[in-house]
Design a protein around this ligand. Structure first.
Ligand code: CUA
Length: 330
């Protein structure tokens, strides 16, 4: 029985180092305090019934010492763990996108090209993979111990997270949040393949309809295109080239257009209105399934060429956008 699971992602060494440091620190202070309790209990025990203890005065130096040292130790922990946290929280721009839908009791994973997998995920080694996850029912949690990766999947919003596998192999995927009778069966495998194997795997199956293409169909199906028409004077803002960029809102604030913002704009359009547009869009809450939302988001993302995050290169041609923005501002 191994003491630690495999270390198969770029996070694993950092998470383990922090964890081991915490264990050693706790062990050190437990031993120190425990031994002092025993030593002092023996050393300062009452020796006769009539013994009167000597008067003790406080020592400023001693009090400073036991305030400053723990303060420094906790600051080290704070800075170190924040550094690890930020590393985990910020996906790199050129990540491979995988969309995850969790439901009682299975994982459904879809690659950007449309390849679908159930309770199995194939990824290449040495490449960042970003997961955009949604739940159809209750809270689940995507957990791959070998990657030191765990993220809750909460109904009503997207959870995004990323990892980069460093070692080819097969690793356990668990649901780490009790989600009903068959929670313990909500398990699967993550296969980390070498680049050549990954190419072979990619060409092995039928890609099916890409998420963005499915999203484009829904866009028309729900008549989104009647308002979000890409021309001046349209009733809704153009969606071309907006993904990954800052967007000014009617309240004067600015948001970065990401998966969460696009989702919110579909289910709760009034909450963050684009500057210059009236609050006329109805909510699509309940009308579009979680998968539909993922598809629509993939579609909006595909309208902004460039790396996966949608950060378009400066030279990317997006002529309709400036016109649209001007129309919105006047
Ligand atoms: Cu899903 Cu536990």
């Amino acid at each position: 029985m191994p003491f630690f699971p495999d270390r198969a992602s770029t996070f694993a060494p950092h998470v383990d180092a922090l964890y081991i440091f915490l264990v050693l620190l706790s062990a050190f202070f437990s031993l120190l305090i425990g031994s002092l309790v025993v030593v002092f209990a023996i050393k300062y025990r009452r020796r006769s019934e009539s013994e009167v203890p000597v008067k003790v005065h406080e020592s400023g130096l001693l009090e400073m010492t036991w305030t400053v040292i723990p303060f420094l130790i906790t600051m080290v922990l704070f800075v170190w763990s924040s550094w690890v946290y930020f590393k985990i929280a910020r996906p790199p721009r050129e990540a491979l996108d995988v969309y995850v839908t969790a439901k009682q009791w299975m994982w459904k994973l879809q690659h950007a090209d449309g390849r679908m997998e159930m309770n199995e995920l194939h990824v290449p080694v040495g490449r960042a993979v970003r997961l955009t996850m949604a739940s159809k029912d209750v809270i689940h949690s995507f957990y791959v111990p070998a990657f030191r990766f765990k993220r809750d999947v909460v109904p009503g919003r997207f959870s995004t997270a990323w990892f980069e596998a460093t070692k080819p192999g097969r690793y356990h995927l668990f649901c780490a949040e009790y989600c009903g009778t068959r929670h313990s069966n909500m398990i699967g495998w993550v296969y980390v393949l070498s680049p050549a194997e990954y190419q072979a795997w990619l060409s092995g199956g039928s890609p099916g309809e890409s998420l963005a293409a499915a999203g484009a169909k829904r866009f028309v199906e729900h008549a989104c295109n009647t308002c979000h028409a890409d021309k001046p004077g349209a009733r809704g803002p153009s969606l071309n080239g907006v993904f990954g960029k800052p967007q000014r809102l009617s309240g004067g604030q600015t948001v970065i257009v990401d998966e969460a913002y696009v989702r919110e704009s579909i289910v709760n359009p009034q909450s963050k209105l684009v500057e210059g547009y009236p609050p006329i869009m109805p909510t699509y809450q309940g009308l579009v399934s979680e998968e539909g939302l993922l598809q629509l988001v993939a579609y909006v993302k595909s309208l902004s060429p460039g790396p996966a995050s949608g950060a378009a290169p400066a030279t990317a041609p997006a002529p309709p956008v400036p016109a649209e923005r001007k129309a919105g501002k006047t």
